[in-house]
Design a protein around this ligand. Structure first.
Ligand SMILES: *[C@@H]1O[C@H](CO)[C@@H](O)[C@H](O)[C@H]1NC(C)=O
Ligand SMILES: *[C@@H]1O[C@H](CO)[C@@H](O)[C@H](O)[C@H]1NC(C)=O
Ligand SMILES: *[C@@H]1O[C@H](CO)[C@@H](O)[C@H](O)[C@H]1NC(C)=O
Ligand SMILES: *[C@@H]1O[C@H](CO)[C@@H](O)[C@H](O)[C@H]1NC(C)=O
Ligand SMILES: *[C@@H]1O[C@H](CO)[C@@H](O)[C@H](O)[C@H]1NC(C)=O
Ligand SMILES: *[C@@H]1O[C@H](CO)[C@@H](O)[C@H](O)[C@H]1NC(C)=O
Length: 475
């Protein structure tokens, strides 16, 4: 062995080691830049990702660039997003969902509109990109007649629809208000598909917390998700959330139902002001109740970690009449409020909306799966008086005051202001709903307070279905 040979061998070893080192470093660097395991997840798994419909809002989402999205889709020839096959596969063994209906539904709907991106045809799908979604404002657009509406029957959805809101079972003779859908200006509105919706919401919990208008939206979503058909397999799981009817109470504090095949839970908790309410004397049923303006309802704090989608609303209970009737006493910072300004209802409401938004926003980092929404105020349409002075909303001609919303920004300045700079999204239904004065219960209220019209609540099926269309598009 010569020295040269030894050095040659050593040299080769060193070279090999260097090459290996370079390879390792390159690999690690590539891995970090482009983690294959995440980027090339089967399309099926992306499908189930909660963030898949929110590309613009998930900075760490590897699909969050147009290039990667484009790269991913063509490589998955059996991409379930683009074929109806997938739907069939998932819904193949329904114990409750009628096969015939499922098939019919597929034949008419080869591109299952799962969310905004998938609502496009395969061809235009590739051309989708994020900027398109960013300019899309669901609150601007117009109402258009749609013979595929309503999405469920006001007679059929007996399990979840309160009879007081099911206008089909009242004396109301005209139902043209049922036949409209909202067409946003710069974006496509995915046609609601209850199978796709439930699949997307697999193992997820959607919670509405708010007043009776929130309850209307909850009932609407239950009817939409079930198709308004008798669905005894949907389980009442109210007990899991303590939502049971207590002795002496006229009704439970809320309701919760679970769709068994997808384990999707939809619930509603009654909290008309989004304040924590504490009786001042628990042993006295007629006790005054502390209404803590700066504390969110206990229920919301307790179950927040179980929610995937939360929709808050408040508005119409902020008046002295409601407060007095409920014996609610304003509290701030754990003490009775002494600030006269804050005692004014609009100011108190604004204070609470800001408080609850601030609290909820502070919870989002520790609840990464939660998507939080605040629904803007639902407009009232009492003409020639108020609810208790003979006010009415007798127009039954849809869109007689116009069908379009063109304004930028929300008409609900309080909620828009409170959400600014937070991660809580606005479900802006105010201007849209203002155009629909004919869609209230009107004078056909079955629980009417002596000849009074209900120009606050809406007929179901009806307008709140559109609020849910918007919600589903935003999830
Ligand atoms: C996408 O690819 C194009 C070229 O194909 C490139 O110019 C652009 O910067 C890329 N965009 C992103 C977000 O990576
Ligand atoms: C599907 O389309 C056919 C004809 O185009 C129609 O008769 C049927 O009612 C549609 N089904 C659904 C569920 O829309
Ligand atoms: C995204 O869409 C906009 C508007 O449709 C278009 O101008 C832009 O070039 C697109 N960007 C990419 C990367 O495709
Ligand atoms: C609470 O209510 C009970 C029953 O009305 C009454 O006996 C009791 O004195 C009350 N307690 C206080 C501190 O007011
Ligand atoms: C609502 O409260 C916020 C925060 O306290 C305040 O900045 C804003 O001016 C208030 N708006 C109204 C209309 O009272
Ligand atoms: C109910 O209200 C209508 C119009 O507001 C009025 O014409 C009618 O007389 C009222 N009926 C009763 C019983 O008060």
């Amino acid at each position: 062995m010569t020295g040269a040979n030894i050095y040659g061998l050593k040299g080769r070893l060193i070279s090999l080691a260097l090459v290996a080192l370079v390879l390792i470093i390159t690999f690690q660097w590539t891995w970090k830049k482009k983690p294959f395991a995440r980027t090339y997840l089967p399309a099926q798994e992306w499908f189930n990702k909660p963030s898949a419909g929110l590309l613009d809002e998930a900075p760490n989402n590897p699909m969050g660039t147009a290039n990667l999205t484009k790269g991913l889709l063509p490589e998955a020839p059996d991409n379930p997003l683009r074929t109806a096959k997938h739907t069939q596969g998932v819904e193949k063994s329904p114990s409750s969902i009628n096969d015939v209906e499922t098939r019919e539904h597929l034949d008419n709907d080869s591109t299952v509109p799962i969310d905004f991106i998938q609502a496009e045809s395969p061809q235009t799908q590739y051309d989708q990109n994020i900027s398109r979604k960013e300019v899309c404002s669901y609150a601007k657009g117009r109402w258009i007649a749609d013979s595929r509406r309503p999405l469920y029957s006001g007679f059929g959805c007996k399990l979840w629809l309160s009879t007081m809101w099911a206008c089909r079972v009242t004396q109301r003779p005209d139902f043209s208000f049922e036949g409209f859908r909202w067409q946003p200006q710069n974006c496509d509105m995915p046609e609601f598909d209850r199978f796709a919706f439930l699949r997307k919401m697999q193992d997820k919990t959607i919670a509405f917390i708010g007043d009776s208008l929130g309850r209307q939206q909850f009932q609407s979503l239950m009817c939409m998700a079930s198709g308004g058909k008798p669905s005894p397999e949907v389980k009442n799981v109210g007990y899991e959330y303590g939502l049971i009817k207590r002795r002496g109470a006229p009704r439970p504090d809320g309701w919760a139902y679970r769709f068994p095949k997808t384990d999707t839970t939809i619930l509603y908790y009654w909290s008309s002001t989004l304040c924590d309410l504490q009786p001042l004397n628990i042993s006295d049923p007629l006790s005054n109740v502390a209404m803590h303006l700066d504390r969110p309802p206990d229920f919301m704090k307790r179950f927040l970690h179980q929610f995937d989608v939360l929709i808050l609303n408040t508005g119409h209970h902020w008046n002295p009449g409601k407060l007095n009737a409920n014996r609610w006493v304003l509290y701030v910072d754990g003490k009775p409020n002494e600030d006269e300004k804050l005692a004014q209802m609009e100011i108190a409401k604004n204070f609470t909306v800001f408080s609850v938004v601030k609290w909820l926003n502070s919870q989002l980092p520790s609840h990464p799966r939660l998507r939080a929404f605040f629904r803007t105020i639902s407009p009232r349409h009492f003409f020639n008086g108020d609810w208790n002075t003979g006010g009415s909303c007798d127009n039954d001609v849809p869109l007689s005051h116009g069908s379009e919303v063109v304004q930028e920004g929300s008409k609900d300045l309080i909620i828009e202001g409170a959400l600014k700079g937070t991660k809580i999204k606005m479900l802006d239904i105010t201007a849209i709903s203002e155009l629909r004065d004919e869609a209230h219960i009107s004078r056909y209220s079955t629980r009417g307070i002596l000849n009074a019209s209900d120009c606050l609540h809406w007929c179901l099926p009806g307008l709140p279905d559109t609020w849910n269309d918007l919600l589903v598009a935003l999830i």
